[in-house]
Design a protein around this ligand. Structure first.
Ligand SMILES: Nc1ncnc2c1ncn2[C@@H]1O[C@H](COP(=O)(O)OP(=O)(O)O)[C@@H](O)[C@H]1O
Ligand SMILES: [Mg+2]
Length: 326
């Protein structure tokens, strides 16, 4: 597979939750792709559909309320939406690996860290006994876990939060997935450890040409680590562009709001702006642009008709009625 090939192609993905109070369109028409070795960031406020997008790719949407109702998720041309759960188990923790905010979704409390990393290694290489043990220790060292010779015998609960995250990344390394999905992987960690974990993930990417989807509400993190960005709002992708374009030539008022609320990237001494108003209630969406009530640029049309996806340049797409004028 050449570097430019699409390893993942999501087309018109719709993942809805059918609840007692109505239908929540958590992901409503997601279309994007991921190339080999690319790091794609997904950003948006809480509740915008970032996690449901990643859960959909892994086919882990919570049942029975949640369901992929439409769309395709093509991994190397194979539609994951059509796979059985048995087939999906082969993909997960193998070709696709998810690092989540809670490492315990990937680590099993009843097995030692060494045991679990060993299992992951054995999926790729036939190693046993001392060779396997050495490889496990090497994996722990790669993620900078000190005293790995003894820690290999520890159980997850004996690790701190940061170390559990590293152990999970070590498993990701051992698995050598083609796609590594990290959903707010560092939110619960302190800033120094956050930076280390993200750096490690990018080392994994370098070493194995892993494609990465990094989900975060922090655009600053995306600016540092990603090539390409999707901005999500109320279940829809409202802007997508490469990182440079997004920071220089962004057009969507919501993206602007996110950028203006960044502490480091805004102009010196300028007061930080927060986006006024609240994220929308997904149960009460009108037909218009859901950002309209919070938007400084809105006109009448915005509240009645959802803006179509338009191209603002190479690889730069967005949905806003007013992007040409603002
Ligand atoms: N199990 C669920 N049942 C009903 N609604 C859900 C469920 N999980 C998520 N949602 C809704 O889907 C929307 C998107 O959620 P999510 O993808 O978790 O957002 P985020 O961007 O913060 O990761 C939210 O409005 C949330 O309330
Ligand atoms: Mg989330």
């Amino acid at each position: 597979m050449s570097a430019n090939e699409k390893i993942l192609e999501v087309r018109n993905l719709k993942t809805y939750f059918f609840t007692n109070v109505g239908v929540v369109k958590a992901v409503d028409g997601g279309t994007f792709h991921l190339k080999k070795g690319q790091a794609l960031g997904i950003v948006g406020e809480s509740g915008s559909g970032k996690s449901v997008t990643s859960l959909s790719i892994l086919r882990l949407v919570p049942k029975p309320a949640g369901r992929i109702v439409e769309g395709e998720i093509l991994y190397r041309g194979e539609d994951l939406v059509k796979k059985s759960q048995k087939e999906m188990r082969e993909y997960r923790g193998n070709r696709l690996f998810m690092i989540s905010q809670d490492p315990m979704t990937s680590l099993n409390p009843v097995f030692t860290i060494g045991n679990q990393i060993g299992e992951a290694i054995r999926k790729r290489q036939k190693l046993n006994g001392n060779d396997l043990k050495e490889k496990i220790i090497e994996m722990l060292k790669l993620v900078h876990i000190r005293a790995s010779e003894t820690r290999v015998h520890a159980y997850p609960h004996q690790f701190s939060g940061g170390m559990k995250q590293r152990a999970m990344i070590s498993m990701a390394l051992a698995c050598q997935p083609e796609i590594l999905i990290a959903d707010e992987p560092t939110t619960a960690l302190d800033v120094t450890i956050q930076a280390q974990i993200l750096k490690l993930m990018m080392e994994v990417r370098e070493q194995y040409q892993t494609s990465i989807i990094l989900i975060t509400h922090d655009l600053g993190v995306i600016a540092r680590f990603c090539d390409y960005v999707l901005v999500m709002y109320a279940g829809k992708i409202v802007e997508r562009a490469d990182v440079k374009t997004l920071f220089k030539g962004n057009r969507h008022p919501y993206t602007r709001g996110l950028i203006n609320s960044l502490p480091h990237l805004g102009k010196k001494q300028r007061r930080l702006e927060t986006i006024k108003g609240q994220p929308p209630d997904l149960l009460n969406l009108t037909g218009g642009c859901p950002f309209e009530p919070r938007c400084d640029y809105s006109v009448e049309r915005c509240s009645v008709e959802y803006p179509p996806v338009e191209s603002a340049g190479k690889g730069h797409l967005l949905s806003c009625w007013r992007w040409r004028e603002i």
